[in-house]
Design a protein around this ligand. Structure first.
Ligand code: SF4
Length: 325
């Protein structure tokens, strides 16, 4: 399904989180609902074929309720017309309760994506989020209790966030059985509180190497549990790139992470099978990731017996492999 994003930058946000620059990430200024509504109408009128609509970039449930309702009623009208088949909103964990979620559901919302970022209370405090990790856990559970699909957005590498806390976040997210996860390693954008902390020497982002490694291991955990990771890293919007100060951003970040997760998966399988490969058939859809970005996977795969003339890409969805005698 094609997802049409509709950005409402900073709409409904109680403040500016230290890491967040929605203007750069969405290429748009702060949203005024009365200006956004006609724009939504025209975007939906121009969309063709089955598509989903997502309200992103702010705190949807922090927007005054009459405006939320107007946005959702507009979406509902296009849903009745048939082409709009899925509706999601993104919001903060401390801006949902059962009554709000029930109202969203009545208005046809299918999924709520929560900008969890981390479940760790210490990191949340250092980022000025204003609530504890338990609130985020409870918010995720409420989304599911309300009969809505759950999306969790995670932001590894925030101030005070290390690899151990990130791995705990991944396990907590898994325990909440999300339908979708987005992972955005923390980067420093000009004009944010984080940029000030970075300039003052109070914050250092994760290296690209660490971010790829940690996200690769996390991705394998999500794959093992059948959780869709629908985004890895920020999109390379021109405004974002112009304001990027530091941090683990790379245009091929998603490819690098998926490649690593794929290699880890193969290593695990071969270790448990106890041998080296004589030949392997790999699903076509993984051809872009199999050897890794810049063939980064090739040396490790060679150690498993996986070299070029033993590999075939095929249209089947599964792997098929034979071990050496
Ligand atoms: S992270 Fe979310 S809540 Fe914080 S300023 Fe950005 S959009 Fe608003």
């Amino acid at each position: 399904m094609r997802l049409v994003p509709f950005f409402l930058p900073f709409a409904g946000c109680p403040g500016r989180c230290v890491f967040c620059d929605q203007r750069a990430q969405t290429g748009q200024g702060a949203a005024a609902p009365d200006a956004a509504l006609p724009e939504l109408e025209s975007r939906l009128a121009g969309a063709r074929g089955p598509f989903g609509l997502g309200f992103f970039g702010g705190t949807f449930t922090g927007v005054p309720v009459p405006w939320q309702d107007r946005f959702l009623e507009t979406a509902a009208r296009f849903r009745r017309a048939g082409d709009l088949v899925h509706l999601r909103v993104s919001t903060r964990p401390d801006r949902v309760d059962m009554e709000t979620l029930s109202r969203l559901r009545r208005h046809g919302v299918d999924m709520v994506e929560l900008g969890v970022q981390t479940f760790d209370s210490g990191v949340l405090e250092r980022c000025g989020r204003g609530y504890e990790g338990e609130v985020a856990m409870r918010a995720c559970a409420m989304v599911r209790e309300a009969g809505l699909e759950l999306g969790i957005q995670l932001l590894p590498g925030l101030p005070g966030h290390d690899a151990a806390l990130w791995r705990e976040d991944v396990e907590r997210a898994l325990s909440l059985q999300p339908d979708a996860v987005r992972i955005y390693p923390c980067v420093v954008m000009a004009g944010t509180g984080l940029a000030d902390m970075h300039a003052a020497g109070e914050y250092a982002p994760w290296s690209l190497e660490d971010a790829v490694s940690e996200c690769g291991h996390a991705l394998l955990r999500f794959w093992e549990r059948g959780v869709h990771v629908i985004r890895l890293g920020l999109a390379g919007e021109p405004d974002m790139l112009a304001r990027l100060v530091a941090g683990p951003w790379h245009p091929a970040f998603g490819n690098m992470v998926r490649s690593l997760a794929l290699r880890l998966f193969l290593e695990q399988r071969l270790l448990s099978a106890g041998g080296r490969l004589a030949r392997i058939s790999v699903p076509d859809r993984l051809s872009g990731e199999f050897w890794g970005h810049g063939r980064a996977n090739a040396p490790a795969l060679a150690g498993l017996g996986i070299v070029k003339d033993r590999v075939t890409f095929w249209p089947e969805p599964e792997f098929e492999a034979e071990l050496e005698e």
